[in-house]
Every structure is written in C-alpha cells, then in structure tokens.
Design a binder for this molecule. Structure first.
Ligand SMILES: [Zn+2]
Length: 426
C-alpha cells in the first residue's frame, strides 16, 4: 500500500485526498488535493472568478507524538453575491480557522468535560486558541431558532471573575432550563437587549417570566414586555427570609456578647453545683445552619440547636418559625390556598416585632402579586440555580478569567443544549 493511500484512509477527510506526505521541522505535513475544482464562497455560492491563490496549513489531530498539518492551496473569490473578495470555504475546516474541523470538535468536546489547562497541555495549544475554537464551534452549532416560540422564561444574574463581574442569563423553562441567551452586565439595558433581539413578535408570544425581587429586570420587562406575567422566584424570596434571620442572629449575638460573662470561683466546683452556663455568643454564632437549612435535611446536632432555641424562648426560634411559615407557601397541596396563606403570614410577620422580619413583610407585601403568580404557575429559577453552579465550575476550569465573550461561549457550549460529536463517534 502506498503511504498516501494509508494516510488517506486514516485521516478520512471530506472533499479531499492526500497527495503528498512530507516531514517538516514542525511535524508531518499532508499535502491535499481537492476533489472538486470549483471553489465555494463562505456564503455558499459556487463561484468561478478566482481572485488569487495561496497555500495554507491547518493543524489536524496529532499523529502519535508528532503534530500533523494539512496543507492545501486556498483561493480567494470575487463573489458576486457577497459583492467582495472572500476566501473560499474548505470542507475540512471552518471559515477563518487554522485548525481542522476534527481538531476543533475534539477541543469543544474536551471543553465540555474538563479544564482549559488540561486541554492546552494535551493538545499543545494556547488558552487563546481554545477560546477562539470554542467561539467558532458555538457560532456554528448554536441553534438560531432557540429564541423562537419562547413561552416561559427565567432570568437571573450570574457572577464571574470572583464576583467582580456579572452576566445576565435567560433560560427557557419549557426546554428543561436550557440557556437561550446570555449578556454581560446585570442592569436593565442588558435584559432590554435580549427583548430587542427577541423582536416584537417574540415578546408578544411570551407568557411568563420568573425573576428576582430586585429592580432592573423588573423595569426592563415593564418597559419592553408589559403583558408578560412576572413571577418572583421562590429561591430569592426565601433568600431574603434567611438574610432577615442572619440579621437578627447577628444582633442577638452582639447582645449576648455585651453581657458580662459569669466567672467561676476559685478551686474545683462542688459535685452538686449547677452546670456552667453555655458559652452563649459562640453558640448563637454556630446556630446559622440549623436556622437556614431545610428542616428535613438537618443533622441531629442541628435539631438539638433548634430545640434549645425553642426551650429558651429565643427570638431566633420565632424567626425560624416565620421563615418556615413563608416556605410553606411553596409547599401547599393546593395552590388556590396561596392568597389566604400569604395574607395570614403577612399579618403574623407585621406584628412579630422583629425589625428584620417587619421589613421583610413590607417587601413581600410590595411583591405580593408576583409571589402569588409564581405559586400559581409553579415557576421557579431552581434550574437556573443549577446553571449558576455549572457556570461557577466553568469559571474555575479557567474559562472565566479573560473576557465575558469567552465565558458566554462556554455557557452556550455547556448549558445551551449543544451536542458535540467526537470524530470517532461519527
Ligand atoms: Zn459569497
């Protein structure tokens, strides 16, 4: 068998065959011969007017320990449809790429599974190359119809670069929480840009949106899609209740610390002496998880803390009851009971005389309609929270260190429903 035939079978490139095999200082170079003569423009038009010719190399998957390069003549065309000179499209590589499709698909597949340093070392490439490849694969594979026919969406902010910068992420509730859009920043303009991209028809089709209790997304939705039913995301409501607990707990802790501690007399205490008082401040400080966690998930030691708080008539126990009372809103067997339950809770919270909870009650009252809409429609951003932790993982893997564009491309690649097939799977 001739060496060119062997390589032809091994690399299996579409639209070309291996004509020459040479060893260069940089590795193995396969000279390609095109099967069809007429060049194709990037726009898809088969052109005839060749403007000029040059030789280009594309990096392909390594052959053993040596790098493998594909080399072919590439032409520029005077395309009548595009009205300018453009480089022809080759079947084994994406437009403007200096790597073959197979190489880029392997990079994208690895990027879905592992960190950037590993890929760079394994494939002997740079971080910048990997970012560029991910951007190209996402540009080609991201479904352009993903913004069509959206009915129920969720929007949330996501931090990257250790919380110094933010993205706004929009997910489709009806597609299992798939990310359909992401933009840099967390203000009203960013979400308005999404509504603009959706267009008037897309906005008109929207039925409901789940969002946080804060202002910007609410404002953008009022401005661009006022007919959409807004739902306050339960996660954010409970988060506010937990923050109110934290505030009260800190206050209780500071008060307890301010009290003079009892000092024990000299010598060993008598056997029948009462037990020494618990170290109150320390104990209040360590009650946090017992108070904010789901009671079903509490450890025995945390349950003991709750019982202790109840026995001592602590204000923290009342806080815990108020928080669980609010959570019960989302555990009602019949959502039709929600307005009455919320009314009962608001009355309780308004009169509880715990400042943090009185403030919370005011916020809840102001957002009453949106909170009830979330219960009625059963919408929550819990899937977005899952995406949030996935994005944190992407950030840790080294994709969030540079530009927002790079991390947005990675979010589409990992959470946007893109399937990448390895060359060996085709
Ligand atoms: Zn063209």
């Amino acid at each position: 068998m001739r060496v060119t035939t062997a390589f032809n079978k091994m690399v299996g490139l579409p639209g070309a065959s291996v004509a020459t095999v040479t060893f260069g200082p940089d590795g193995l170079v396969l000279g390609l011969r095109r099967r069809t003569g007429r060049p194709v423009c990037a726009c898809g038009r088969r052109g005839t007017g060749v403007y000029d010719r040059s030789v280009r190399r594309w990096r392909h998957l390594d052959w053993g320990v040596s790098k493998l390069w594909l080399e072919a003549e590439i032409r520029r065309l005077d395309c009548r449809r595009c009205g300018r000179v453009r480089t022809e499209q080759v079947p084994w590589a994406r437009p403007r790429a200096r790597h073959s499709r197979d190489f880029e698909d392997v990079v994208a597949w690895l990027a879905q599974h592992t960190d950037k340093t590993t890929i760079a070392a394994l494939l002997r490439s740079s971080w910048q190359t990997i970012d560029a490849i991910v951007g190209r694969v996402v540009g080609e594979r991201l479904n352009s119809a993903r913004l069509e026919g959206l009915l129920r969406i969720g929007v949330d902010e996501v931090s990257f670069r250790k919380g110094h910068r933010y993205l706004t992420v929009v997910a489709d509730h009806d597609q299992g929480g798939r990310v359909v859009w992401a933009g840099e920043g967390r203000n009203a303009q960013v979400l308005e840009a999404f509504y603009d991209e959706l267009g008037p028809a897309g906005c008109a089709g929207l039925q409901a949106i789940s969002l946080d209790l804060g202002g910007p997304y609410h404002k953008a939705t009022n401005a661009k899609a006022p007919h959409v039913r807004q739902c306050a995301d339960p996660f954010h409501v409970i988060k506010l209740a937990n923050e109110a607990i934290d505030k009260t707990r800190r206050m209780a802790w500071n008060q307890a610390r301010a009290q003079p501690t009892l000092t024990r007399g000299r010598g060993r205490p008598r056997n029948d002496a009462p037990p020494p008082p618990r170290n109150q401040p320390r104990w209040v400080k360590h009650s946090r998880w017992a108070l904010v966690k789901d009671p079903v998930a509490l450890k025995p030691s945390q349950l003991d803390v709750l019982h202790e708080l109840r026995r001592s008539g602590s204000v923290l126990y009342r806080c815990w009851q108020l928080k669980e009372g609010l959570r019960d809103l989302y555990r009602l067997a019949d959502p039709a009971d929600a307005p009455a339950h919320l009314q009962w809770w608001l009355q309780w919270a308004c009169r509880c005389r715990i400042p943090a909870f009185v403030t919370l009650a005011k916020t809840v009252r102001a957002n009453r309609e949106r909170i009830l809409a979330a219960v009625e429609l059963g919408l929550s951003n819990s899937k977005l929270e899952g995406i949030n932790s996935k994005i944190r993982l992407i950030n840790h893997r080294g994709y969030g260190h540079h530009s927002a564009a790079a991390i947005i491309a990675m979010i589409y690649l990992c959470c946007g429903g893109i399937t990448v097939h390895l060359p060996t799977e085709r």
